[in-house]
Design a protein. Structure first.
Length: 200
């Protein structure tokens, strides 16, 4: 209640300072502050309980990789650098935050379990919105859709990236970045697919 009283006093002072008629009783001001406080407190949303967005701007971004061409490709690079459409997107995203990606290879289950326990900041590997891990980690909004033919039928697949659970500030920033990249995604995928075929 002391928070409410403090806000009420500030509202009362503001009214006096602006020469507004003092038409509000202390009780009505307290009630008004009860309405305003939840609205004011929402201005800092979305939040990261584990401060992922803040942390990745002060250290390398820990990125889990699951091989899935052309999204994530284990290239024959002398420095061990991966390739792929999502790899390139993450490089650009990290650069925009003033950091660099730190790559970690593994299987899907291993990577998602590590992500669920905040041991990674991001996992990529051509994942879709239908992944069973959606109940355990955070997913971005679908940023790319493709139609896959399965016999006589066709299916629309929506691609996402995986982030630690509940880190909504980090996911929001990633969503904004991916949305900006949508116009160039098709050509990026085609380029990576061609390079992957050539490397075989």
């Amino acid at each position: 209640m002391w928070h409410d009283i403090g806000v009420a006093q500030r509202l009362q002072s503001a009214c006096s300072y602006m020469n507004y008629p003092n038409r509000f009783s202390p009780t009505s001001l307290v009630l008004l502050s009860c309405v305003l406080l939840p609205i004011i407190s929402c201005t800092n949303l979305p939040r990261d309980p584990k401060q992922t967005l803040k942390q990745v701007q002060t250290r390398p971004m820990r990125v889990g990789l699951v091989e899935h061409p052309p999204w994530v490709i284990r290239a024959n690079d002398p420095n061990g650098e991966p390739r792929g459409a999502e790899v390139e997107l993450v490089r650009q995203f990290a650069a925009g935050l003033g950091t660099t990606p730190e790559w970690h290879w593994g299987g899907a289950q291993q990577q998602m379990e590590t992500l669920e326990n905040y041991g990674l900041d991001l996992v990529i590997g051509g994942f879709t919105s239908r992944s069973p891990w959606k109940d355990y980690v955070g997913f971005t909004a679908p940023y790319f859709e493709e139609t896959i033919s399965a016999g006589a039928s066709q299916e629309t697949v929506k691609h996402v990236m995986a982030a630690p659970p509940g880190e909504n500030g980090f996911i929001k920033r990633l969503d904004e970045f991916l949305h900006q990249q949508r116009p160039s995604l098709a050509s990026l995928l085609q380029q990576e697919a061609r390079q992957n075929e050539t490397a075989r």
